[in-house]
Design a protein around this ligand. Sequence first.
Ligand code: PGA
Length: 264
Amino acid sequence: MLVVLKKDYEEVSREAARIVAGAIRSRPDIVLGLATGSTPLGLYKELVAMHRVGGLDFSRATSFNLDEYLGLAPTHPQSFRHFMEEHLFSLVNMHPERSYVPDGTITGDYDAYCARYEESIKAAGGIDLQILGIGRNGHIGFNEPTSSLASRTRLKALSRETMEDNKHFFDSDSEVPKCAITMGIGTILDSKRVLLLASGRSKAAAIARAIEGPITSSVSASALQMHPDVTFIIDEEAAYSLTQRDYYRHVLEMTQLFTPERLS
Ligand code: PGA
């Protein structure tokens, strides 16, 4: 695992954008795994600017979002489809038919729908680069604590902590979604490369447990320790509880010297 320590949120966003843009340029038909939430907003802003000013071309790319709230229509202002349209899809030249977000309005056979989402990822050739945030409880996607480390896309009940974190986005408590469709941890681990971004002291405990703790379903992000190509890009506040920061800086220096392609 590479742990890239940055000063603040802006630096995290710029570094992530540099890597994502580089990946798109070197492989225009890239398959991206995308995340929502406050963390990737800066990354998307940078990518939009690179599209406008530098001609970064999304026209041949495909994307799959990690998750969507159950019960929210794509037009609902708090739906993740709406978030993606607002902050990325409508601002770059991404092909609408190749930007997948799970459908929150499905009813009935959830397993069959989720199996089809997995099939679509496979048919696209698998995810080349997966962007992740991390929840305070260590979740990635909506894989709440105790999610199977082998889980695939499925309907998932949200934890009390996650619902608390989401409360301020909705007018009343009763509107806060209780479930979501989310890629599984197994789905995420199948992607070829993973970038996890984190910023702020509220993420420090989850980051420390994900990077330096044991692999456990109690901290979904700890499963990334089993992935061969994962880069954590985190700011000083999110890195606060890590015990081996000097070692991560040394690893980064050596990587820049001997295998810089891992950082490109
Ligand atoms: P945030 O959410 O980026 O809004 O902090 C991250 C997450 O819950 O995965």
